[in-house]
Structure formats: C-alpha cells, structure tokens
Design a protein around this ligand. Structure first.
Ligand SMILES: [Fe+2]
Length: 195
C-alpha cells in the first residue's frame, strides 16, 4: 500500500533522547489540545466547544476508544529535537512540524481502528526508542495495521499516514517513541519530494 508507510533513514542518539524524555513532564493524552479543531469543524460542519482530546470526544455524536498514552511535549528548539528537524527539512524540502512529542504506550494498550485527524494531520514521523548503551528497552511485537491495508512493525524510523484508518495490536511491551507530526504534507507528497 503506497499511501500508508515509508521507512525513513535517520540516525539519532537513542540514549540522549531517552534522557531527554525522562526530563520532561508526562501528561495524559486526553488532556492535550486538539490541533486541527477549526479545520475539523469546517469539514464536518460540526461545532465543538472543548479544546482537549477528552472534551472533544465527549461532544462527538459517537463513542471512541479511550487512549491511555502518556505524552511529553518537546520544543522544536531543544537541541535534541532541532537536529532531527533540520535533517528532516533537508531530506523533505518544505516539511513543517506540528506536534512533536514522546509517546509512551503501556503494555497491553492495543489501539482500535481510528484516524488521528483532527488531533494530528497528514503524516507522522515515528522514531521508536530502545536505547543503545545506557538503556536497553525491550522491543514489542506490536503491529500497526491499516483498515483493508498493510501491516507494519515499527522497529525503525518510519513516516506513516495518519489520515487513513489504522490501529495497533499485540502491544506486548511498553513502547516509547518520538513522534513528529508533518501536517502540511501528505505521505504521497513526501514520497514525491524526498531526497
Ligand atoms: Fe493513530
């Protein structure tokens, strides 16, 4: 499936990133702000009063799966992050960043089919973190799958399409990843312009 998944070759200092993760505040995903709320309201002609994931889901006319991820928001200007952003901008001309955050997903917390929009839009660079020398986090057998599409084990950096319905199953270990949202480019656009 061409419009779902793209391996992305990037070298990062795994231990440094995990140290950075430990220095940040961890928040409940449900208390984080929905970035693309206005666009969602325009597309679906549906007004939402709340701004957080929890408030948003309460107002939707259907029930959705509750996520339990812990989020640690990063600053694009932090040196650990700005190097990654610079590399991505060089590889993918015109790429802009939305939410940049560590996602900590607990063992057993499989995720039902969903689309990330309006929480996130278009493309997401996922960098799984296991450590190198200082840390040795176990690799899970988790599988990211698309509705009527492919199945992927994200054990190395990859860009995924968050607009197509997808889920995660077999989360048999805690998972730590750095997520960089690229909201201004679809995965098809990234595939066309990647250097
Ligand atoms: Fe998702």
């Amino acid at each position: 499936m061409d419009d779902e998944y793209l391996s992305f070759d990037i070298k990062v200092d795994q231990d440094k990133l995990i140290d950075y993760f430990h220095s940040l505040v961890k928040t409940d995903i449900n208390d984080t702000v929905v970035s693309h709320k206005e666009e969602f309201e325009e597309i679906y002609n549906y007004k939402i009063k709340g701004t957080t994931v929890k408030e948003f889901k309460k107002e939707l006319p259907f029930s959705t799966h509750v996520r339990r991820d812990l989020i640690s928001k990063c600053n694009e200007n932090d040196p650990d992050i700005s190097d990654i952003c610079k590399f991505v901008r060089e590889k993918i001309p015109g790429a802009e960043f939305g939410l940049i955050a560590f996602f900590f997903q607990r063992k057993g917390e499989d995720v039902e089919l969903h689309q990330d929009f309006p929480y996130r839009k278009n493309s997401l660079l996922m960098i799984p973190l296991f450590g190198e020398r200082k840390y040795a986090l176990p690799k899970s057998n988790a599988v990211t799958y698309y509705k009527d599409g492919g199945e992927y084990q994200v054990l190395s950096p990859a860009i995924v399409n968050v607009m197509k319905s997808h889920g995660v199953r077999n989360v048999d270990q805690d998972r730590l990843m750095l997520h960089l949202e690229i909201p201004n480019l679809t995965i098809e656009q990234i595939k066309r312009r990647i250097l």
